[in-house]
Design a protein. Structure first.
Length: 122
């Protein structure tokens, strides 16, 4: 009887020891290991979204700074006109029979003879 009790205690101790080593093997990852996937996601977002958008904004800003009278431009609303004069925030566009004032940020692009190329297609 004592022999059976001894075997039972020894097997319980061995089982407990096995549980402890299993628990140690399956510990939670450290904070640094948990942070790695978040850093990878942040890097991917920067490379795919933030960096190209910043580059595009920089190009648009240089376009606005290089505007000069006589340039043919297209506004974000689709109006095509020639720059008559520029100031810090306002551009005066000549639309043929009308002159309008447009906020400088609404100039979408400088067109390369858009009206001439449209006339050639017709």
């Amino acid at each position: 009887m004592l022999e059976r009790l001894y075997r039972h205690v020894v097997s319980d101790v061995a089982f407990a020891d096995e549980l402890v080593t299993t628990a140690q093997a399956t510990q939670q990852p450290s904070f640094a290991e948990q942070l790695i996937p978040l850093l990878v996601i942040g890097l991917v977002m920067y490379l795919l979204i933030i960096r190209p958008q910043a580059k595009k904004a920089k190009e648009h800003m240089s376009l606005l700074q290089s505007l000069k009278p006589g340039d043919e431009v297209v506004t974000s609303g689709g109006l095509i006109g020639r720059v008559k004069s520029t100031s810090d925030k306002i551009v005066q566009l000549d639309l043929g029979s009308t002159t309008i004032k447009v906020v400088k940020e609404n100039i979408a692009r400088v067109s390369q003879d858009l009206t001439v190329s449209a006339a050639k297609k017709s």
